[in-house]
Ligand binder design. Structure first.
Ligand SMILES: Nc1ncnc2c1ncn2[C@@H]1O[C@H](COP(=O)(O)OP(=O)(O)O)[C@@H](O)[C@H]1O
Ligand SMILES: [Mg+2]
Length: 316
């Protein structure tokens, strides 16, 4: 199949699905083109996995349609071959080496004998795992295992690569190595659909993000543009205070307009006068006997945007 650059690799149109009468996807559209990294975000139960199953042709949606490279992934095996899936649960043989694993998956993916060795070398090169070719997968670090999992998904040169939570449970350095692999694949022209809970990763990596909530896409766009639209000139002020506050002390912090951040000792708020707000908070915290250990001002992130959407939806 010769790729037509005009045709998006993935076109999801008004896809609807219900499990036993309970609607899970309520009319989802999604278009992804070559070289894009699209991050699909959303809380548990939003319908992300169901959508992926429909894209992979493993589930026939109750309504709407999925087009992969212009064809129907449900009906046409050749169309399904355009797709690579790196599942959230590692799908590797723990006792086999990296190369042995990839040889097995290359054969399973239908490559001809003569194509297997070059495909394995190429997959190890792009995922930077060649230096562990002879190591059994069970002896690898979590980050390497994640990259081998991606290598297994790209052996047949898919045009769309779907990554389901590719960095769950790995540390920041390993995550950055996985991010570099995703970027390298996108530069080769692969379209990447990334499912992640890691908003920091999505913000740094994705060319576009979409938020799925209760089976609907509630927001979509380039991360920087979405943040600018939602927050304008506002910045986020982060305040670090003592970690073990008593309930009445927490109340005092909240009374200053701060909300708990990601760590127990970090509190945040949004302000349109960044450094002045930081100075005000510094003074106010001292006045209530809870001096800040650190105060930082930064651009709002996808995390802020996500909180905003969740609050809006709870309020609605
Ligand atoms: N096979 C199934 N049968 C019935 N309900 C399901 C099935 N799979 C998922 N669900 C339900 O559909 C909703 C969406 O699930 P899912 O697509 O897994 O969301 P996500 O991946 O975003 O967490 C959830 O409420 C889930 O309980
Ligand atoms: Mg899921």
């Amino acid at each position: 199949m010769t790729p037509d650059p005009q045709v998006p690799i993935l076109q999801v149109e008004q896809v609807v699905h219900a499990y036993g009468g309970t609607p899970v996807l309520r009319g989802v559209d999604l278009t992804i083109r070559a070289g894009e990294i699209y991050a699909l975000l959303g809380p548990n139960g939003a319908g992300k996995t169901t959508l992926i199953r429909a894209i992979c042709g493993r589930l026939k949606p109750s309504g709407g349609r999925v087009r992969l490279a212009g064809g129907d992934p449900q009906a046409e095996p050749a169309v399904r071959a355009c797709l690579g899936l790196a599942p959230q649960e590692l799908a590797l043989y723990a006792h086999l080496t990296v190369r042995e694993n990839l040889e097995v998956f290359a054969s399973l993916s239908g490559l001809k004998r003569a194509e297997v060795a070059p495909a394995v070398e190429a997959a190890m090169a792009v995922t930077r795992t060649a230096d562990r070719a002879h190591v059994p997968v069970r002896h690898l670090s979590g980050g390497y295992q994640r990259r081998v999992n991606i290598a297994a998904a790209v052996l047949h040169h898919p045009r769309l690569l779907i990554l389901d939570e590719p960095t769950v449970g790995v540390d920041i350095n390993a995550r950055e190595a996985v991010d570099a692999v995703i970027r390298a694949l996108a530069e080769q022209g692969v379209a990447v659909l990334l499912i992640t809970h890691d908003l920091e990763q999505a913000g740094g990596l994705a060319t576009r993000v979409g938020f799925l909530s209760e089976g609907r896409k509630v927001l979509e766009g380039e991360p920087a543009a979405l943040i600018a639209d939602a927050f304008g000139e506002h910045v986020e002020v982060l305040v670090v205070v003592a970690a073990d506050l008593a309930a009445h002390e927490e109340e005092r912090v909240r009374a200053l307009g701060l909300e708990r951040g990601r760590a127990t000792d970090v509190w945040t708020c949004l302000a349109d006068d960044g450094y002045a707000a930081a100075a005000r908070l510094d003074k106010a915290l001292k006045a209530v006997g809870l001096p800040a250990r650190e105060i930082r001002v930064r651009q709002p992130s996808l995390q802020n945007l996500f909180s905003l959407i969740s609050e809006d939806r709870r309020a609605a």
